[in-house]
Design a protein around this ligand. Structure first.
Ligand code: AP5
Length: 214
């Protein structure tokens, strides 16, 4: 089993780029935020615990997200190739991933970080709209749906994420700088880090990511 880790600030475009490259690169995406939002929507015990951290822009406890990722990977095939969007994002979570890979003979192929300045990601998050049904992601200015407020793919009404409010965005960015930049440094020290410039159109960023992972 192979794993590629996808890192970047909130709103750097991880999910948008991932959606455009996974098929081409033969990767199966696992997005930790989507997993958690699904658990919250289903009101599982993990979801109920996670929601108070997510709503305040904090990371959920390492053990909680570690268990969810571990269950998912261990239930998958030995031949799987995963793109982990948003995990690990603390140094202890790196250790959890190392242990999962050691247990199942998996290999970390690369860690990619999408680099975008804070001012840019703040504008991206403030204008983001998401489809609650099929999870498609739009932006009111840079990636608008064909009909305002309606998903192109499944016609559901688009919504704003509850953690895309200005004060929560600022907190998520502070948490990113405090807790996730150490992960980037550690993967750089291991020699597996690839940096992708996240400024430019979505197709240009996706192409840079594809080239970085070839
Ligand atoms: P999560 O859902 O992972 O949120 P995030 O990391 O904050 O990232 P986002 O999903 O907000 O942004 P993105 O980088 O995917 O950007 P997107 O492509 O949507 O996590 C949510 C919460 O769950 C966390 O705060 C935490 O509480 C918890 N959590 C998750 N994982 C965890 C973990 N491992 N440990 C602990 N807690 C965890 O793009 C953003 C916008 O920009 C969109 O509108 C898009 O259309 C637009 N856009 C994208 N690319 C471009 C471009 N190139 N040009 C112009 N606009 C663009």
């Amino acid at each position: 089993m192979d794993v590629v880790v996808l890192l970047g600030a909130p709103g750097s475009g991880k999910g948008t780029a991932a959606a455009r490259v996974v098929q081409k690169l033969g990767l199966t995406p696992i997005a930790s935020g989507d997993m958690l939002r699904d658990a919250v929507a289903r009101q599982t015990a993990a979801g109920i615990e996670a929601s108070r951290y997510m709503n305040s822009g904090e990371l959920v406890p390492d053990a909680l997200i570690g268990r969810m990722i571990s269950d998912l990977i261990e239930a998958g095939s030995d031949q799987a190739r995963y793109l982990l969007d948003g995990f690990p994002r603390t140094v202890p979570q790196m250790g959890i991933l190392d242990a999962i890979l050691a247990d199942c003979g998996g290999v970390l192929k690369a860690a990619v970080v999408i680099e975008v300045a804070d001012a840019v990601v703040t504008a991206r998050l403030a204008g983001r709209q998401v489809c609650p049904a099929c999870k498609a992601v739009y932006h009111v200015a840079t990636l608008p749906p064909k009909r305002a407020g309606v998903c192109d793919a499944c016609a559901a009404a688009l919504v704003q994420r509850t953690d895309d409010l200005p004060e929560t965005i600022a907190q998520r960015l502070a948490v990113y700088h405090r807790q996730t930049e150490g992960v980037i440094d550690a993967y750089a020290a291991r020699g597996v880090l690839k940096r992708v410039d996240g400024v430019g159109g979505v197709d240009a960023v996706a192409e840079r990511m594809t080239q970085a992972l070839k």
